[in-house]
Design a protein around this ligand. Structure first.
Ligand SMILES: *Cc1c(COP(=O)(O)O)cnc(C)c1O
Length: 383
């Protein structure tokens, strides 16, 4: 079976300049004040997720006159923002999430950055934000990693989480696309996203709220989708659930995805299914990589509409034997149960979820050969 690549996957395969060729596009400010040795030790000893940040950040500014300019690696510090900045009022914002991994020899690598660069521009187009050249996206990561290389942790589940984002910074309250934007990349040394490790999560299936609807922004990475997912998440947490699974907004019949992760179903016959990209689902790079990996090891993967009622019947009949969620931050996480207003089913756990997790992380951390060409070297060893 030949699977047609999505536009993002095609763009992700484009050749990229080597890091050394673009390392100076973002000029480093050598006067940046660094955190103390004690602070560094404290942060790196007990890695959280998204709590602590490195010494630097990457920054660029877009104006009508100059396009993207003022590219620099500068001190990590609070922003000075006009209270009328458009992002604060109308949410004109996009972001990405990507990780840097330290390999055993000390070198630092990232995973499919061209995919994230292409997706950032897909998000930019939807939010009427000017596109950022792929080379600038890549150069910002290279520049930041080379300034903050000591902050890339090593060890199981550890990485430097990178958060590129663009905000509308023009001071203007009229409703239209802004005429000034700031691009920033911040970095957070991180341990595993879920503190309990490879523990199955209990999922609330929400049919009251939706994260996105037809013609909305569900297929791009913007804060507004997350804002819409927070109240359902609060309610789910209060009722003892870890995450929320959203249904399609048009019919409330088919699975979309979790608030920030895509979802997969493993069948007893050995095949795997995941919701097809309807336009309301975020096209995850982890999702795309898992489809490629499974296809490569001979597992049949179907991208299709997955009806909730049918899924519940298949779980009860033993025809669905595993489910998992996936994304850059959490990698692969088993789903242990699904609960809604009128049902609650346990989902068994099995070996395929674990195997996918182990294979993806082994490639990312250099423990297994990169047979798909997914890795990009950001920096050589600093030891
Ligand atoms: C980022 C994100 C994902 C996962 O995408 P990856 O590229 O795998 O990190 C899934 N769903 C939503 C809503 C997201 O924002």
């Amino acid at each position: 079976m030949v699977r047609h690549l999505t536009e993002l996957e095609k763009l992700a395969g484009a050749p990229l300049p080597a890091a050394s060729e673009i390392a100076d596009i973002f000029r480093r400010d050598d006067t940046a004040k660094l955190k103390s040795a004690a602070e560094y030790e404290r942060i790196m000893r007990d890695l959280a997720f998204g709590v602590d940040f490195t010494d630097h950040m990457a920054r660029a500014v877009w104006t009508v006159e100059e396009g993207w300019a003022q590219k620099e690696i500068t001190q990590y510090a609070p922003l000075s923002l006009d209270p009328a900045a458009a992002v604060l009022h109308y949410g004109q914002e996009v972001f990405e999430g990507i990780k840097a991994y330290r390999h055993a020899d000390g070198s630092v690598w990232t995973f499919r950055p061209a995919y994230n660069a292409a997706r950032l521009n897909m998000s930019n187009r939807r939010l009427a934000i000017p596109e950022l050249p792929v080379e600038d996206f890549l150069a910002s990561l290279v520049g930041l990693i080379r300034a903050d290389q000591k902050w890339v942790p090593e060890g199981a589940g550890a990485s430097l989480y990178l958060r590129p984002f663009i905000i509308a910074t023009e001071a203007f309250l009229g409703v239209r696309a802004a005429k000034r934007y700031d691009y920033l990349v911040i970095a957070s040394p991180s341990g595993p996203y879920f503190k309990n490790g490879f523990e199955p999560i209990n999922v609330w299936v929400d049919r009251e709220y939706h994260r996105a609807g037809p013609g909305g922004m569900g297929n791009v990475k913007t804060g507004g989708n997350y804002a819409a997912s927070l109240l359902p998440k609060v309610v789910a947490h209060e009722n003892g659930y870890d995450e929320v699974l959203f249904m399609d907004a048009a019919t409330n019949t088919y699975l979309d995805e979790l608030g920030g992760m895509n979802v997969f179903v493993v069948k007893a016959d050995g095949s795997v299914a995941t919701p097809e990209l309807t336009g309301n689902i975020l096209p995850g790079g982890t999702r795309a990589s898992i489809i490629e990996l499974l296809t490569d090891i001979g597992v049949e993967v179907r991208e299709e509409r997955i009806a909730l009622t049918q899924l519940l019947a298949q779980i009860s009949a033993g025809e669905v034997v595993e489910m998992f969620a996936c994304g850059t931050a959490a990698v692969v996480t088993p789903i242990g149960s699904l609960t809604g207003t009128d049902f609650s089913v346990e989902v068994p756990s099995g070996e395929l979820t674990r195997r996918i997790h182990d294979e993806i992380t082994a490639i990312q951390t250099g423990k297994q050969p990169d047979r798909f060409g997914w890795l990009y070297q950001l920096a050589g060893s600093d030891r």
